[in-house]
Write a protein that binds this ligand. Structure first.
Ligand code: UDX
Length: 480
């Protein structure tokens, strides 16, 4: 008698509809495809358009017959500037419009066919709490994933107790006051290191409401996937495990992904999950620079600068005398016509020692021999990519987890300098010189130690390697 071949588990992945989280979740999707699972990757129509335009997503996943991309509306008008920090609006809209459509996706059979089981497991961003409601209603196991840092997640978990103790919100005064209500951080976490929404002075602040609720959400799922490794975040993870016992640390995700591709399928096409068009000309420029002589400057995919801040960075970088590669996205600067404000002599100095692109191949840039430092906004992806590459940082956090991350970079991991809440050319010049010249040995040595730990956890038997295997085993055993 002919036995029907067993179909693999079918995992639905639903990332937060923002460029950074989509980028890292595509990497997780590919890791699970390589492990033989079937994947449905759900994105909003808005993100879908950008993936088709910039990331060539169709041909990129062509080699995985088990991968399919599906869209869901986010309920906002087409011309709404979704990536401008008003996350609460986006989440609320997605929640009110998306929940029914999402549940219908799970139950209508539209995601399965003869060669694909119905969805048997869900991995969703922990901010999308309605996915857990829907999963529970239809009886499908769900694991949450969080793309922000564990140190900030732990702060989110503690928001209710900080509010109860009257430690937050505050109105932007006495920013050096220590915060006592986050276990494990009592000796170094200051008001200024908390997510910026804590400074609003408003107990009904939208972001506070959102992150307080979703911090409590995370323990509802069967487990939590985070992009870190045990040797980096062990102490914080022990605290988090008191609330969420089942945590899968599988990071640094970008490097884990790269290793597995190299291990399993050397012939796969080069990957790009970018949602901007990448300017690779900076790699040729880097090739002609001396070893560790360049500071890379980038503030991720969301942060914006005022024209005044742009000019302070510009002067600070030029005055430092250090070479720089700077990412200025087409939408980086608020207001128009900033280019005409850059004085001719600064432009001339930039041409001699600097290079500017709209979007860089960041992982490759950080791994390049010419790069010796990173002036960053400390988005979690940038931070962990820098740690893995052994590149020390200067931190200029913008919002969300970035304030906490920058404190960890300077005070806990000691791989850089934190310049949060300042933006003047003299400070920038001094910090660039300190990181790249005066204290370079100290920072580079420490960064290299951390990088070794990051690489070891991805080797066979390492913590992140084993945790990814455990995740796949758990998916398989829960979906039989
Ligand atoms: C957002 C939030 O801002 C951040 O705080 C949170 O931790 C994750 O989600 P984003 O601002 O985009 O992320 O920053 P980050 O997390 O650093 O992600 C940026 C990604 O874009 C990185 O993977 C980086 O490699 C990539 N990038 C950035 C490029 O490939 N090229 C560039 O020129 C700039």
């Amino acid at each position: 008698m002919n036995q029907k071949p067993q179909l693999p588990p079918h995992v639905l992945i639903f990332p937060l509809p923002l460029p950074g989280p989509v980028n890292s979740m595509l990497k997780l999707a590919e890791l699970l495809c390589l492990a033989g699972l079937h994947i449905t990757f759900v994105v909003t129509e808005h993100i879908h358009g950008r993936l088709l335009r910039y990331a060539n997503i169709q041909s990129r996943f062509e080699c995985y017959p088990g991968f399919q991309l599906k869209t869901i509306p986010d309920g906002l008008p087409e011309d709404d500037p979704r990536s401008r920090g008003k996350f609460a609006v986006l989440f609320d809209s997605l929640k009110s419009k998306g929940k029914l459509i999402f549940k219908d996706m799970l139950t209508s059979g539209c995601l399965s066919h003869q060669k694909r089981k119905p969805v048997s497991f869900i991995i969703a961003d922990g901010c999308l709490g309605f996915t857990c409601d829907a999963a529970n209603e239809v009886g499908i196991p769900i694991v949450y994933v969080r793309t922000v840092s564990p140190c900030c997640l732990w702060v989110f978990f503690c928001l209710p107790r900080l509010i109860e103790a009257g430690e937050i919100p505050f109105n932007g005064d006495d920013l050096d006051t220590l915060i006592k209500g986050v276990p494990g951080m009592e000796s170094f976490l200051r008001r200024r290191d908390l997510p910026s929404f804590c400074r609003s002075g408003d107990p009904h602040d939208e972001s506070m409401r959102l992150y307080k609720t979703e911090g409590q959400e995370n323990s509802r799922a069967y487990g939590l996937i985070v992009n870190t490794f045990e040797d980096l975040d062990g102490p914080i993870l022990s605290h988090m495990r008191t609330v969420c016992p089942n945590i899968y640390t599988i990071g640094p995700l970008h490097a884990h992904h790269k290793n597995k591709l190299a291990e399993q399928a050397a012939s796969l096409p080069p990957t790009s999950n970018s949602v901007w068009s990448v300017d690779r000309s900076c790699m040729t420029w880097l090739d002609s620079q001396p070893s560790k002589s360049v500071i890379y400057v980038s503030f991720g995919s969301i942060a914006t600068l005022t024209k005044g801040q742009l000019m302070e960075f510009w002067h600070g970088l030029v005055n430092s005398g250090v070479r720089f590669l700077w990412v200025i996205r087409p939408d980086s600067v608020t207001g128009e016509d900033w280019e005409s404000q850059v004085p001719a002599e600064v432009r001339e100095d930039t041409r001699q020692r600097g290079y500017i692109v709209g979007w860089a191949p960041q992982e490759e840039v950080l791994a390049h021999f010419a790069v010796g430092g990173f002036l960053t906004h400390n988005g979690w992806n940038s931070t962990i990519e820098s740690i893995h590459a052994g590149v020390p940082m200067i931190c200029w956090p913008y919002f969300l987890d970035q304030q906490v991350n920058s404190r960890f970079v300077s005070e806990v991991w000691k791989v850089g300098l934190d310049m949060k809440d300042t933006c003047d050319r003299a400070t920038i010049e001094k910090m660039v010189r300190d990181l790249m010249v005066v204290r370079n040995e100290e920072f580079s040595g420490r960064a290299e130690e951390m990088a070794q730990l990051a690489r070891t956890c991805l080797n066979e038997g390492g913590s992140s390697y084993c945790n990814l295997e455990r995740l796949v085993r758990d998916i398989e055993s829960m979906t039989q």
